[in-house]
Design a protein around this ligand. Structure first.
Ligand SMILES: [Zn+2]
Length: 247
């Protein structure tokens, strides 16, 4: 499930992302009552099997059985926010009732890895790149997106408008460019070429994490023509002081 909206007295609209039917909006009647059997199975970021009945406008949820609730994620605000982030992007990149098994697998893999303790800085950037790739917006990382020369191992630049990385010569002709370091370019290539299990081995320090985040966020913002609400939440969580262990 991607998200919920409260509706009527005790009802809730759920936005489900399903393997076979794509994104589906359903109404869960009475789910906000304490006695509802389905409440625990209808939380955001739960992977569940749902039974639906055809309704006049919206289908109606008649049963739910959770298959994965990602227990470790639920204890960590940073992981929950990362889960919300991938769910928001899936929501933004999909239309209702258009099946997309590749995006379903992408979402499921990402949530499972977050729950397994892979850092959000790796999972979210891997997710960004593969979401763009599977949606037809793969950023150019080999050749200059503007003049098509093969990129040299030097500081290049990042240009969402051009479609990805651009060479230093093209960058010099533009009034404002965001530099793309060699290690950031290599990391983007590595993440895009790897399955998440392999990509999880990438070591990302704070400076690299910030650079990758900045470039991919600019790219997503350009494609979507709007900000990603949960990305701001992740920023705020990063600013919070880390809790100290008390001995
Ligand atoms: Zn160029």
């Amino acid at each position: 499930m991607l998200k919920t909206n409260d509706f009527a007295e005790a009802d809730r609209i759920l936005v489900l992302f399903t393997r076979h039917f794509g994104k589906v909006r359903v109404v869960a009647k009475g789910i906000r009552r304490a006695t509802s059997r389905m409440a625990g199975h209808a939380e955001p970021l739960t992977h569940a099997t749902y039974q639906l009945a055809r309704g006049r406008e919206l289908d109606v949820l008649t049963g739910a059985e959770a298959r994965a609730i990602y227990p470790d994620m639920r204890d960590d605000l940073g992981l929950i926010a990362a889960g919300w982030y991938v769910a928001e992007l899936v929501d933004r990149f999909t239309a209702e009732r258009v099946p997309s098994a590749p995006l379903f697998d992408l979402l499921e893999t990402s949530l499972r890895r977050l729950d397994a303790g892979v850092p959000p800085a790796v999972v979210c950037r891997w997710f960004d790149l593969h979401l763009l790739d599977r949606s037809g917006f793969r950023p150019e990382l080999r050749e200059c997106a503007q003049c098509r020369v093969v990129l040299l191992e030097e500081t290049n630049a990042w240009s969402p408008e051009a479609g990805g990385a651009i060479c230093a010569r093209c960058a010099a002709t533009l009034p404002f460019v965001d530099p793309l370091t060699v290690r950031a370019l290599k990391s983007l290539r590595y993440l895009l070429a790897s399955e998440l299990a392999v990509a999880s081995q990438l070591r990302v320090d704070a400076a690299l994490a910030r650079e990758l985040d900045r470039h991919l966020r600019a790219f997503l913002r350009f494609i979507l023509d709007r900000d990603i609400a949960t990305a701001r939440l992740l920023d705020e969580l990063r600013e919070l002081p880390r809790p100290h262990a008390v001995s």
